[in-house]
Design a protein around this ligand. Structure first.
Ligand code: FMN
Length: 357
């Protein structure tokens, strides 16, 4: 049965909101930041601001790429935009394919221009689409996506596991790296390549390193699992069984940061299973410049505006406390904060010949 792209978006939101939509471990529990009993400055002096893609963020926190294209998505994007504008954060939007193909849904994305005029906004297009479009069309799509939300950067998402488990999936990845290179060279906005929860390896980072992109968002294992979400949508036992075989497939977020850092000199963004400001601080101590959370912000937005604002406020506070307790006055100090890594991470990195710090 083929369902409409709108219905698919609603199903994704409904299933993602369930508690069992997550899988695996980020391995941030194996990253121990060392307590600093004498930070040498007051808590009020902690400066958590950063510059990213030409914008100032009060804290290196973004709302991850989630949605757009339906009435419900429009409401959720409105809430996200108002909240990030209020706290000085940034946000991605979900794939904008639907708005390009169905202009009547455009408002569900473009509303964020009005609600978050100064915040960092990142556009979003999928790898399977850029694989199949010719160069002229690709640029048309990317420019359309950027204009739609007044984006400061554009993300291209890599989601091979999702596409292969999705009933109406399009697991088309031929020529993607060439198209990424073409886009990076042809538009005057930074390009981010992101995963959606299965992580990015050193080998993929090497392939992307020469493509002119500005950033890689690792989108690692440990949070929302699209293998689980798509298998749930399929309602067929064989797919359920298949998805169990691939349970936890991918690269844990903490490790993916190290894998990417070993090969890529650009900006690293952390996502996938980040569930607190402390997780975010750990991601930055491993080499990321900012972090995003998706499912937690989605779940809180579905509960209401106040819940979303509370979660954002709490995450910002957790991040600042983590900075204070590691003696990090500036965000860049986190990269030198002492830490201890657990055995799974050490073993993985040693077999892969990677040094993370
Ligand atoms: C309902 C839902 C829809 C999503 N849609 C997109 C999308 O359109 N494009 C994209 O790049 N990522 C999408 N993602 C993936 C997230 O950006 C993120 O990579 C993933 O959820 C892992 O982060 P988390 O564990 O914090 O949720 C979606 C996530 C959710 C929960």
């Amino acid at each position: 049965m083929i369902i409409s792209i709108e219905d698919r978006k609603v199903e994704h939101i409904k299933i993602a909101a369930r508690e069992d939509a997550e899988e695996g471990s980020t391995l941030f529990d194996e990253v121990q930041l060392i307590h600093n009993a004498m930070p040498g400055f007051d808590y009020d002096e902690v400066d958590s601001s950063i510059q990213l893609f030409g914008k100032t963020l009060s804290t290196p926190l973004l709302v991850g790429a989630i949605t757009g294209g339906t009435e419900l998505s429009g409401k959720i994007n409105t809430m996200f935009a108002e909240a990030v504008e209020r706290f000085g954060l940034g946000m991605y939007v979900g794939s904008q394919r639907i708005a390009i193909e169905k202009p009547e849904t455009r408002w569900t994305f473009s509303v964020i221009k009005e609600k978050a005029p100064t915040a960092l906004k990142i556009a979003n297009i999928g790898a399977p689409q850029i694989s199949r479009l010719d160069e002229g069309k690709v640029l048309e799509w990317v420019n359309n996506a950027v204009d739609m939300i007044d984006a400061s950067a554009v993300a291209i998402h890599l989601n091979p596991a999702q596409e292969v488990f999705q009933p109406e999936g399009e697991p088309w990845f031929r020529g993607v790296v060439e198209k990424v290179r073409y886009i990076s060279r042809s538009i005057n906005k930074p390009v981010v390549v992101k995963e959606v929860g299965n992580g990015i390896s050193r080998e993929v980072a090497i392939a992307l390193a020469g493509s002119g992109i500005a950033a890689i968002d690792v989108g690692g294992v440990g949070g929302t699992s699209f293998i689980k979400i798509e298998a749930e949508r399929w309602h067929r036992n064989d797919v359920g069984e298949l998805s169990k075989v691939f349970q936890g497939w991918g690269i844990p977020t903490a490790i993916s940061i190290c894998e990417v850092k070993s090969a890529f000199r650009g900006i690293i963004l952390a996502s996938g299973g980040i569930r607190s400001g402390l997780d975010g601080a750990k991601a930055l101590s491993l080499g990321a410049s900012a972090f995003s959370m998706s499912r937690p912000f989605l779940v809180s937005a579905l509960q209401g505006r106040d819940q979303l604002l509370q979660l954002m406020e709490r995450t910002i506070k957790e991040f600042k406390i983590s900075m204070f307790l590691t003696g990090s006055r500036q965000v860049s100090d986190l990269a030198n904060a002492p830490l201890v890594l657990g055995p799974t991470i050490i073993n993985w990195l040693s077999q892969r010949g990677i040094r993370c710090r």
